[in-house]
Design a protein around this ligand. Sequence first.
Ligand code: PLP
Length: 232
Amino acid sequence: MANIQTRLAAVRARLAEAESRFGRVPGSVRLLAVSKTRPASELREALAAGQTRFGESYLQEALEKLHALRDETAEWHFIGPLQSNKTKDVAAHFDWVHSLDRIKLAERLNAQRPAGCAPLQVCLQVNISGEASKSGAAPSAIRELALRVAELPRLQLRGLMAVPRPETEFERQRAPLRELRLLAAKLKAEGLPLDTLSMGMSDDLEAAVAEGSTLVRIGTAIFGARPERGGN
Ligand SMILES: *Cc1c(COP(=O)(O)O)cnc(C)c1O
């Protein structure tokens, strides 16, 4: 089986190829390595291969890894389901949150972000049509949420995120991603300074790049298949 360095190189090549094919600026789509369930040793391998952005979903497991890797220069993104009992640790230890979907959680993150840290970078998770996960705000609720989050001084609203239902056919993958792009475009037209579309996973990376993703969240293609896991 290929090692992490080899698989990372293959993902970077896929990304560059997709940027070229769909007329995107080379290097304009950032790569987030989704390292949930993977041990710190594997993240070290990725770090050694130049990968510095990591996405984690399960808070307790993530905090252990952040601690183990505290001397490394890395950017930590929380992409898992967010609840009130997690906001304090997320605000204290992460650089980004992709899964914000309620104003109450935004207000808690804002209040709990430590004074010495830069503002927490946030994407609003949208439950676009067909989304498998129960997480995410309805598209109709996003405008109001975005306007309120934009007012919170300890949060910096960066964009939108979605986890569409898995599809194998390219055009079917594109449809919900296009919806997310159009929703973000509407908010931008109202003056909200969004610069991030967090979309695209191992199986729909190309479709996401085609629809304007600026950050793809890739787990399986870098680290291999994950063990089944329940809880957070
Ligand atoms: C697990 C996960 C990913 C990575 O999915 P892969 O198919 O393994 O690339 C991306 N985004 C979110 C929100 C996830 O939970």
